[in-house]
Design a protein around this ligand. Structure first.
Ligand SMILES: Nc1ncnc2c1ncn2[C@@H]1O[C@H](COP(=O)(O)OP(=O)(O)OP(=O)(O)O)[C@@H](O)[C@H]1O
Ligand SMILES: [Mg+2]
Length: 214
């Protein structure tokens, strides 16, 4: 069973958007998927409630109440949506559930500074130090040719953490979310530019460097 967590204590950087799109991608490609929502706001579970029945099924669990208790053991992939403001003990507990952590970052100075501090905290945790969990960053809601994106791009390249994708700001994410879908459930003629941007991320998740040894 593969456990992938989307995490960044900074609010609104796209954790639930990435988590729901990953869950629907893995379901769309024939995997048995659980989506575990650790956020009391329950954005991911709300999304799942709106998901049409005829779409590839995803099992939902309220991680903030029950942890991983109800996740079926025969799942291929477990996607975990983490809450904002996870630090200290809560962060350590969350890390025990993940093999891979994806950190979305917005192109804004406030977000970059907040994430910088968080990444230092994350790197100091025993699970990351001992490579029991692998981490990667991705840029989200990017508008090309803006100063803030150039800054973010520079910043992410210097982090010494895999920088695996750049996702543009697109209404496809908003439309899909409202309907309980991901961009991979949308017609390709609408969503191909976004689907293409996910390719390096999905490739990285397939590869060995995103999985801890043993
Ligand atoms: N690539 C994108 N393009 C357009 N809108 C986006 C994109 N990513 C996220 N959004 C929008 O940004 C807002 C915040 O995204 P989201 O809820 O996924 O962030 P979050 O990190 O889960 O927030 P929270 O910390 O509150 O849980 C939402 O309105 C979402 O639709
Ligand atoms: Mg969220």
């Amino acid at each position: 069973m593969r456990h992938i967590m989307v995490l960044n204590p900074k609010g609104g950087c796209g954790k639930s958007t990435i988590a729901t799109n990953l869950a629907s991608y893995y379901a769309f490609t024939g995997n048995k998927v659980a989506l575990v929502d650790y956020d009391p706001q329950q954005s991911s579970l709300d999304w799942l409630n709106r998901r049409p029945e005829k779409r590839a099924p995803i099992f939902g669990a309220a991680g903030h109440k029950d942890g991983m208790k109800h996740v079926p053991r025969n799942c291929d992939v477990v996607i975990i949506d983490a809450p904002a403001r996870s630090h200290g003990k809560e962060l350590k507990n969350l890390l025990h559930n993940a093999q891979t952590i994806l950190i979305p970052i917005l192109p804004s100075t406030i977000d970059m500074q907040a994430t910088e501090k968080f990444i230092q905290e994350l790197k100091a945790t025993p699970r990351v130090k001992n490579r029991k969990v692998k981490i990667a960053v991705l840029a989200n809601r990017v508008r090309n040719n803006t100063i803030s994106f150039d800054e973010l791009d520079d910043y992410l390249n210097k982090l010494k953490i895999p920088y695996i994708a750049t996702l543009r700001e697109a209404q496809n994410y908003v439309r899909a979310y409202t309907r309980g879908l991901g961009i991979f459930d949308l017609p390709p003629y609408l969503s191909w530019p976004d689907q293409e941007e996910w390719e390096p991320l999905l490739e990285w998740l397939k590869g060995r460097s995103s999985k801890p040894k043993g």
